[in-house]
Design a protein around this ligand. Structure first.
Ligand code: WT7
Length: 654
C-alpha cells in the first residue's frame, strides 16, 4: 500500500450522491443557513440548537460565559439529566423500539428496547445509590464492550456520578493509576469475557490493580458475571452486579444537574508521560453528540447504526453510548473482533442486522483489505447507505476500496476528524452537501471555526500547511484536565498561538487549493497505533523501569495496517547489550514488561539495542535521527556535532 503516507489525489473529488442528497438532513440550503447563523450570531446559533435538541429540566438564559476563558461555560444556568435525554424522553414515542442489538463474540444476539434499557438503568442506578454512590463521586468502569457497560455509564449519568471508563486492554497498573488520579471509590467490572475466541480473566487483573492502591481507596467493586468463570470476591468490598440490582425499584428519579456538571472523565495519552483525565461537561457534550448524529451521520429513525469503536474510547462514548441513545436510534454493538471466526465477520454482521450506517477506523479497513479484499462480495451489503471513518488519516487507496467494495459507490464516506478532547466530530463532510476527496476530512461542521496557522498563529492560506486550531469556543469541548487546570491551559491554549485564544489540536494539517483540510498527523510525541493514541514518553518510562534498562527512546514507524508502529531504541545498564543468544528473549521480556506497565496495545514491534542514544551536546535525544533509522532512511544531516556520532552507526545495524 504505497500511498498510505502520502497525500495524493487531492484533485479528484466525488460530488454528493444524488439519491442520498435528496433525503439528507442537511441540504445545501440548510447548510448555508446554519453557516450564516453561526457567522452572524454565534450565541443564538448555539442557544437555539441547545434549546431545540436537549430536553431541559430548567431552561438556560446564558448561552456562553467567557469571563474565565479558556474555562468556558455553556448554558450555565440550565439543568438537565443526560440519561433522561438518552432514555426517558423516548419512552412516550417509542418504548418498544430496539435500542441495542448486541452480538456476542460467539454470535449470540441479545436485543434491548428503550423500555428495557430504562429499567436496566434505573435498577443499576438504584443499586449504586444503595452502595452509597453520590452525585459527583467517581465510578471507574473497566468492562468489555457490552450492554452492561452502557447501562453502567447511563446509570452514573442518572445519579450525577462521574464515570471514567478504562479500556479493557489497559493493564492492572494503568487501571490503578487512573483509579487513583480520579480518586474513584467505586469500580464496576466483570469476572471475564471472550474475545476472538479467547478468554480474558478480568477480575484477576482487577485484583492485581487493587494491590497497587491504598487499602481504603475502593469502597466497592461491582462484578458482572459475564462468563462462566469463578473469581475471588472479597467480602464487604466485592459485590455481584446481580445482587446489587436484586431488591431495588425499577424507577429511579433522575438527578438533574447543572449544564456544566462533569459527565465523565476519560483518560488519554498526553506527551508528558502521564495520561490526562479529559473532563467533559453534561449539556455541551450531549449537544455535540446529538448534532453530529443528525448532521454528519444523517440520522434517520429507520437507521441501524453501527459504530465499531470500543466503549473504552471517546468514539465509543459519543457514538455508541450517548449519541445514538440521545437521538433514539437502534444500534448494533459487537463484542468481538473483525477477524473472528473469519475476516468476513463485519460484513456478515452488516448483512444479518441490516446495518445502514457503518462507522469504523482506517486501520480496520486496511487489515480487512489485506485479509480478503473480495470477501465483502459474499455478503449482502445493500442495507448500507452511509460509511464513516475516524482516528487517523485514511489513505486514498483504502478510501476507494471502502467506497467501491463496501459502499458500492452509492454511500458517501464521512471522514471525521476529532479528538477525545473535542467530544464529537469537528471536521467532517456533510454527506448531502460536501464533495468528497479521498483522504481529506473536508471542512469544519457548522459552528466550528477551524483554521490552519503558522507558529505565530497566523492563517497559512490556501496551499499552506501548519498547525490545526479551533478559533472559537464550542459546546462539546472538554472543560479541563481533571485536577490540572494549568496543564489544560498551557497544553491547549498556549500564549504563543493567538494569545491563548485558540484551541490547539496538536495536529499538523494542510489546506489545499480548494480550501479542503488534510490532517497529516501529530505535531507532538503522540503515536497513533491502530487508531489508539499512545504517548512515546509513557512507553519510554515503562521500558526504563525494567531492571536491566538504563535508557530508552521510542518513535513511530510507518506501518501498512496499523498506520504507525512502536519502535524502541534501548540502552542496557552498564553497557551490557544482549548477545545474539539472549537478544530475542530480552525483546520478549521487554514487550511483556510494557504490556504489564501500560497494556498490550503499547508493546513495541521493533526493539533495537545500542551502547548509547544519539544526543546533542546538551543531552537532548535526537528523535528525528531515530525516526530516520526506524524507517531505514539514509541520514543526510550533519551528525558531527552530536555528543556521540558513533551511536548512529551502531543503531542502524539490525
Ligand atoms: C487524534 C485524536 C476522535 C476519535 C478517535 C481518536 C487523529 C482522528 C482523524 C481523521 C486524521 C485523525 C488526530 C487527532 N485523528 N481522526 N479523520 N483524520 N487524523 O481520538 O484518540 O483522542 O485521537 O486522532 O491526530 O489529534 P483520540
Amino acid at each position: 500500500m504505497s500511498d498510505l503516507h502520502s497525500i495524493t489525489d487531492n484533485s479528484k473529488s466525488f460530488a454528493p450522491i444524488t439519491e442520498f442528497a435528496k433525503n439528507a438532513n442537511v441540504t445545501p440550503e440548510k447548510y448555508k443557513e446554519l453557516c450564516e447563523k453561526a457567522n452572524t450570531n454565534y450565541a443564538d446559533f448555539w442557544g437555539e440548537l441547545a434549546y431545540n435538541n436537549i430536553t431541559w429540566n430548567k431552561n438556560f438564559n446564558s448561552v456562553l460565559n467567557e469571563s474565565e476563558a479558556p474555562f468556558y461555560k455553556w448554558f450555565e444556568d440550565g439543568e438537565l439529566n443526560v440519561s433522561y435525554n438518552c432514555i426517558d424522553r423516548h419512552l412516550n414515542t417509542q418504548p418498544n423500539k430496539v435500542a441495542i442489538i448486541f452480538e456476542s463474540d460467539d454470535g449470540v444476539v441479545t436485543t434491548v428496547t428503550y423500555r428495557e434499557l430504562y429499567i436496566k438503568v434505573c435498577k443499576f442506578a438504584n443499586g449504586l445509590k444503595l452502595l452509597g454512590v453520590k452525585k459527583s463521586d467517581r465510578v471507574v468502569i473497566y468492562m468489555p464492550h457490552s450492554i452492561e457497560a452502557i447501562v453502567a455509564m447511563l446509570s452514573c449519568a442518572r445519579i450525577g456520578a462521574i464515570h471514567s471508563v478504562v479500556f479493557g486492554g489497559f493493564s492492572a497498573k494503568s487501571l490503578a493509576d487512573r483509579i487513583m488520579d480520579a480518586d474513584a471509590k467505586y469500580l464496576v467490572t466483570v469476572n471475564g469475557y471472550m474475545r476472538g475466541g479467547k478468554k480474558f480473566k478480568v477480575k484477576d487483573e482487577v485484583d492485581n490493580a487493587i494491590k497497587l492502591l491504598p487499602s481504603n481507596q475502593l469502597n466497592n467493586v461491582i462484578v458482572q458475571n459475564r462468563i462462566d468463570e469463578s473469581c475471588s470476591m472479597q467480602i464487604h468490598r466485592d459485590e455481584w452486579w446481580d445482587d446489587v440490582i436484586k431488591n431495588v425499584s425499577d424507577i429511579c428519579t433522575p438527578e438533574f444537574v447543572a449544564s456544566e456538571h462533569p459527565l465523565f472523565i476519560l483518560y488519554t495519552s498526553g506527551s508528558t508521560g502521564k495520561p490526562k483525565g479529559v473532563q467533559h461537561s453534561s449539556a455541551g457534550y450531549l449537544l455535540g453528540a446529538i448534532l453530529t448524529m443528525q448532521w454528519v451521520f444523517d440520522y434517520k429513525t429507520s437507521d441501524i447504526f453501527w459504530c465499531t469503536a470500543d466503549i473504552g474510547w471517546i468514539t465509543g462514548h459519543t457514538y455508541v453510548c450517548y449519541g445514538p441513545m440521545a437521538v433514539g436510534a437502534t444500534q448494533v454493538i459487537f463484542e468481538g473482533v473483525p477477524t473472528y471466526p473469519n475476516a468476513s465477520r463485519f460484513w456478515q454482521i452488516i448483512e444479518k442486522h441490516k446495518v445502514s450506517v457503518f462507522y469504523t477506523a482506517p486501520t480496520a479497513i486496511r487489515a480487512l483489505i489485506k485479509l480478503g479484499a473480495d470477501l465483502p462480495n459474499q455478503s449482502d451489503l445493500s442495507s448500507l447507505r452511509l460509511l464513516g471513518t475516524v482516528g487517523e488519516p485514511i489513505n486514498p487507496q483504502a478510501w476507494r476500496w471502502y467506497y467501491e467494495t463496501i459502499g458500492k459507490s452509492r454511500c458517501p464516506i464521512v471522514d471525521t476528524w476529532w479528538q477525545t478532547e473535542t467530544g464529537c466530530n469537528m471536521l467532517a463532510p456533510l454527506p448531502g452537501v460536501t464533495a468528497l476527496k479521498p483522504g481529506s476530512c473536508t471542512f469544519p461542521i457548522p459552528g466550528i471555526f477551524a483554521g490552519i496557522v503558522d507558529e505565530n498563529g497566523h492563517n497559512v492560506g490556501l496551499g499552506g500547511s501548519g498547525s490545526l486550531v479551533i478559533k472559537k469556543p464550542f459546546p462539546s469541548q472538554f472543560r479541563t484536565v481533571w485536577g490540572d487546570n494549568e496543564r489544560f491551559k498551557s497544553a491547549y491554549f498556549p500564549v504563543e498561538i493567538a494569545n491563548s485564544k485558540y484551541y490547539l489540536a496538536g495536529d499538523s494539517a494542510h489546506l489545499d487549493a480548494d480550501g479542503y483540510f488534510w490532517v497529516l498527523g501529530r505535531l507532538d510525541d503522540i503515536l497513533k497505533v491502530s487508531g489508539h493514541r499512545l504517548d512515546t514518553m509513557e512507553i519510554e518510562s515503562a521500558l526504563a523501569s525494567h531492571p536491566s534498562i538504563a535508557e530508552a527512546a521510542v518513535v513511530g514507524k510507518p506501518h501498512d495496517i496499523k498506520g504507525e508502529s512502536v519502535f524502541a531504541f534501548v540502552v542496557c545498564k552498564n553497557g551490557k547489550s544482549p548477545t545474539p543468544d539472549t537478544v530475542e528473549s530480552l525483546k520478549t521480556e521487554l514487550r511483556n514488561w510494557v504490556g504489564n506497565e501500560i497494556g498490550a496495545i503499547a508493546k513495541p514491534d521493533d526493539i533495537r539495542f545500542g551502547d548509547n542514544l544519539p544526543k546533542t551536546r546538551s543531552g537532548k535525544i535526537m528523535r528525528r535521527l531515530l525516526r530516520n533509522i526506524a524507517r531505514g532512511e539514509a541520514i543526510t544531516q550533519d551528525i558531527s556535532t552530536l555528543e556521540n556520532p558513533s551511536s548512529i552507526e551502531q543503531l542502524q545495524r539490525e
